[in-house]
Structures are given as C-alpha cells and as structure tokens.
Design a protein around this ligand. Structure first.
Ligand SMILES: [Zn+2]
Length: 393
C-alpha cells in the first residue's frame, strides 16, 4: 500500500535541494572568482582603454566573434577554464614518417615534416603561460582582430601585417594559463610598483613574504607554503614554463606541446612580461644555428623599436647566444622553449614585454597602453617578416 505524501518531508527535501544548490553555486563562484586585493594595495588601474583588455570574459567574447579563423578548445585547466586556440590558413599536409628527434637522428628533419620553400610557413603565437603577464593576451586579441578585419582594436590598420598573416598558417593561443589570469586581480601593472606585480605574479608564502623571482621556482608544484598562489601557476600550482616534459603535470602543457608536434611550426613565440625593456631572450638547449637566428631576429626587433621611438636596448646591451653551463651549478634550464623545439624543430623563443611597472611608488611609467600594444604588434610583424624571408628550406 502506498503511503500518503508527508508534506513536511517534501518541504524538507525541497529545502535541502535548494541549500545544496546555493552551496554549490557559492563554492563554484569562490573557485572561479578573481583574487581580492589585500587592503592597502593600490586599486586596479581604471578605466583601461577598450583595446587593452585581457579578462577571461573578454577572451570568451572575442573568440566567439571569430569568423575567419577556426576556434578549438585544446584543453581545460584545473580551474575548469577552456584553453582556446585559433587557427588561420589551411593546414598543409606534411607527410611524416618519424617523430622529430628520430628524424634528426636519421639526418633529415624532413622525415618528421616534409616541406620545401613552396610550403606555407607555420607560426605559433603562444599567449602567456604566466597569468599576470597580460600584455601578451592584449596583443594576441588585437592580432586576432587584424587577422579578422585588417585593423587592431584601436581601429589602426596593419595592411602589411595582415598580408603576411594571410601567407602563413597561424595558430594563436591567446591565454595559456587561464587559471592564473583569473586569479590575478590586476588588469594591468602600468605605473604600479614592481613589488606589487611580483606579489600577485609569483605569489607569497604563508607568512606573507613574496616568493619573488627566481625563488618562485624553488617549490614546484607550488603547494604547501602558499599565501597567495601567484598567477605564474595554474590552480594545481604548476608553472607551465617548467613542467615535467617527459611526464607533463599540466593538461595545458600537453596541449601546447601537441600543437607544436602536429603543426611543426617554423617559428614559435612564448609571450611573457617583465619590468625591464621589451626584448627577445636567448633560448637554452636548442641548436646553435637557431640561437644565431634568434639573435638576428632579436637585433632586428630592437632596431624596429628604436625607429618607432619605443624603449630599446643599446646594441651592446643585447645578450647574444651562449653555450650552456660550462661549470657547476647549472643555471640554464631545459624549459618550455627547449621542449617546444625538441618536439617539432620549431624556432622557439621567449619574448619579454615591459609591464610598464615602476621601482618607486611615486614615479611615472615610461610607457603608455598604446606603446605596449605597439610593442606587441611590431613583434608579430617582425616575426612574420623574418620567417617569410628566411626559411630554412
Ligand atoms: Zn613569464
């Protein structure tokens, strides 16, 4: 015999369902919300120019508006955020019969990706793996706009850049560490103290002291003695720049390496930012001929900045190619750049953009938002120019 409904029981069930729903929403909101600034820290610079946006919500909007490119979600971060990659230009078949290092051992990288001078150049723009280094996200969202319309988000036309983009197969991954970006409470560090950028970028210990650079690399994964988990890391505390290549800890890393492996890019940039003048950094543990090519591109870009009236280095201030670590202890690591090269043969390098941070709280930034965007756009233009004129085959 069926028992009649107990109205109290039904009410209790409904209430507990509601309570569960609220708890879930609260938890997921907490997990996804941006970190609050500590009391006393300066506010987020506002308002930012409309072309200088880098929040995950903006990436989402821009990616959804793409018409010419193909958008793929290549991974999901530990924090549940999608990793978007945007592809422009048809992918040419590159008959492959061996993985890269085996092909090199057979004395011909063509066994890995068969190409000649008539093949389309492939260029991989890898957005920040360090979430607070937002300048690369801003730049790549503007680059996407150029690929879509010929103009950046300011409405500035880039006809030559657009033409070069159309000659290549281009892969743009606007943000390689959405967890870190989500946790960074600042949308720009322009005019803000370096120490503040370091605090939220590399994070703090439980006692509130900053991990700083390079000590932020001395604990990996960054778990345990953590006050603020720096935007350097994904939500699991992984710094994608220094993952474990033979057994990656982060899905983001796997996806990045998979893009390199399957696309065999001629050139790959990993976009970063720092306090100093913008520059390409020498790569470690890549062949000498690539070190020389990277040096050549570095100098061309530096001259381009000087001609544009942007901060640049004196010619003798550029660090040239180096032989790694002639003595103990070693200082050069086999990082993401080295790994990208060794899975695909790509000419990979790090670009460090100026944040526009200041040393003294009261001093004025030497850059404007427009300058930072120009620094990014001129980099992309120089890269494409270089690879279209200096193919390896
Ligand atoms: Zn970085």
């Amino acid at each position: 015999m069926l028992r009649p409904f107990n109205p109290d029981l039904v009410l209790m069930l409904r209430l507990s369902t509601l309570l569960f729903l609220f708890a879930f929403l609260f938890w997921s909101n907490q997990a996804r919300s941006q970190l609050r600034m500590d009391p006393g820290d300066p506010p987020n610079p506002a308002p930012l120019p409309h072309y200088f946006q880098s929040k995950l919500t903006t990436i989402e909007q821009r990616v959804k508006a793409i018409k010419k490119g193909e958008v793929r979600v290549v991974a999901t971060s530990p924090g549940g955020h999608p990793l978007y990659a945007v592809y422009y230009g048809d992918r040419e078949e590159q008959a492959s019969r061996a993985n890269y290092n085996s092909a090199v051992a057979a004395r011909d990288p063509g066994y890995y990706a068969s190409r000649d001078s008539s093949s389309k150049a492939v260029v991989f723009f890898l957005g920040p793996v360090h979430g607070h280094e937002i300048e690369g996200i801003v730049g790549l969202l503007n680059l996407i706009q150029v690929a879509e319309s010929g103009k950046d988000c300011r409405g500035k036309e880039w006809p030559s850049l657009q033409q070069k983009l159309e000659q290549c197969r281009v892969i743009i991954l606007p943000c390689a560490n959405p967890d870190g970006r989500q946790r960074c409470p600042y949308d720009s560090f322009l005019g803000l103290p370096v120490a503040l950028m370091t605090k939220y970028g590399q994070g703090t210990r439980k006692d509130g002291s900053s991990w700083g650079w390079p000590q932020a690399k001395s604990l990996h994964p960054m778990q345990g003695n953590v006050g603020i988990l720096g935007a350097y890391f994904n939500d699991d505390g992984i710094n994608i720049m220094h993952d474990e290549w033979f057994s990656p800890m982060a899905r983001e890393t796997e996806a990045i390496l998979e893009i390199a492996r399957t696309e065999a890019p001629d050139m790959t940039v990993s976009l970063h930012s720092h306090h100093q003048v913008s520059r390409i950094l020498p790569a470690a543990y890549v062949p000498w001929y690539l070190k020389m090519r990277i040096d050549s591109l570095t100098r061309r870009l530096n001259q381009r900045y000087a001609r544009a009236g942007l901060p640049s280095l004196p010619e003798d201030g550029i660090e040239g190619p180096q032989v790694e670590d002639m003595s103990y202890p070693p200082q050069s690591s086999f990082n993401l750049i080295s790994a990208l090269h060794h899975v695909s043969g790509t000419m990979a390098f790090t670009f460090e953009c100026s944040h526009g941070t200041v040393r003294e709280p009261e001093s004025k930034a030497l850059l404007s938002y427009g300058d930072i965007l120009d620094i990014q756009m001129l980099l992309y233009d120089e890269m494409l120019d270089y690879i279209l004129k200096h193919r390896l085959y």
